[in-house]
Design a protein around this ligand. Sequence first.
Ligand code: AMP
Ligand code: ZN
Length: 505
Amino acid sequence: MSTPALKIYNTLTRKKEDFRPIDPAKVRMYVCGPTVYDYAHIGNARPLIVFDVLFRLLRHLAKQGVWDGGKGETKVTYVRNITDVDDKINARAAESGISIRELTEETNKVFQADVKALGCLEPTVQPRATEHIAQMIAIIERLIASGHAYAADGHVLFDVPSMPSYGRLSRRSLDEMIAGARVDVAPYKRGDMDFVLWKPSKDNEPGWDSPWGRGRPGWHIECSAMSWAHLGETFDIHGGGIDLVFPHHENEIAQSCCAFGQDVMANYWMHNGFLQVEGEKMSKSLGNFVTIHELLHTEKFGGRKWPGEVLRLAMLRTHYRQPIDWTVKALEEADANLQTWRRSLGNVLPDDITGAADERVVLALADDLNTHEAIQVIGSTAEASSSKVDLANNLAFLGLLPHRYTRQGYREATERISRKFNVSHLEDWAAKWNKFAASPKNIGDLSEIEDAITAEDLNVRIEARNAARASKNWAESDRIRDELAAMGIALKDNADGTTTWEVKR
Ligand code: AMP
Ligand code: ZN
């Protein structure tokens, strides 16, 4: 297959450009990750999903040898950090009466489960800010030594006017920024625009020893330190949501470029548009947010739970730079599409799915991540009845195939069902279902079995039957018993009043 050149829109130049890595042997990408004090909302899911698609595409193109003359050995490193030191974290831990460590660990656990459910691959590295304090201090020392930062009153500040090109990414001039800046009363600041690199910590706040006393880092310095530690002084792609352009990314650039004496921190800056609710950015501060966790695990929205693939498809339908309006209707549409596509997959075997996408899908994505177009292509492969494996591969490439449809996922699902229904071989279980005379080999059969009855559902039915028996409603209790028997499940009422069940053999 002919391999397309990758074009990406670069916020730095405001142009779509051909992507060329600094070093053809490695492609390096950094994306600003979550501050782990609260559940991530579905707006935060947007950069996670967008840059996951880019990561998948970069790996694919690397394997094709696009940048190393056909060898296919280019290594793709994707770094997404975890901000685990922040004043919001301190405040939340104090409010909830738990330690900072407990709060960040617990929040990170939920975050990891959320992104996995959204079909995102694990980044190559997920560095934590608290594990990079030494690098932050080293960068700050360099900035002071080169006259770009100053210590005052236990704080260290970046001296913005010391960097003539400050404002290049966001295209703001220093004069404009100073005119627009709020009057900041902090007495230790030389200039209104100067920002904090390090600040002192009180005894009850997390802090580290430093040349400026016990303190903690400002937010921006974290990303300069973690990208340096894992990607070097300059790297290829830096990403995040559009709200990060100013001041966060502008300040990252100021710190890294001045500390390392480089003109650029990253060559390509990519920013996703907002996910909006009634025209406004979804955000914690506006209170108009819906968490990923709630969508996945509760029935608060549209009266049902939403699988991760549905959330992902709803997101990818829109080009990443456009705003998205968040509605339950969009989820319903995405769900209907996925269901139609999955029905077409019926007898594809997990072993057939290699994840090698259609050339047209790759072409669409290589054009500044045109996921909208890629999904149109998927729609058309779904209509061609001859190309079920293509459809499965295209869905897999975009991360839209539920995990249980993959080879590994199929194996896990088989084990899960066996365990859940207490049968040692899935074949035994399948044999009880009239529909599946043989063992369920394809993903359609497997899904049907798993969807048909869940262990929870079984317990609910047993409880309903116990309630019917307690009120001597024998007709109802028999009806439930017969219904389960028809599914191959035998109930046994024990002398001690409990009910157990087994699969009929
Ligand atoms: P935050 O926790 O606010 O630092 O956000 C984490 C990531 O989510 C950043 O890349 C933000 O730019 C991005 N983000 C936050 N809110 C939205 C939104 N409503 N739509 C799209 N991206 C967002
Ligand atoms: Zn950052």
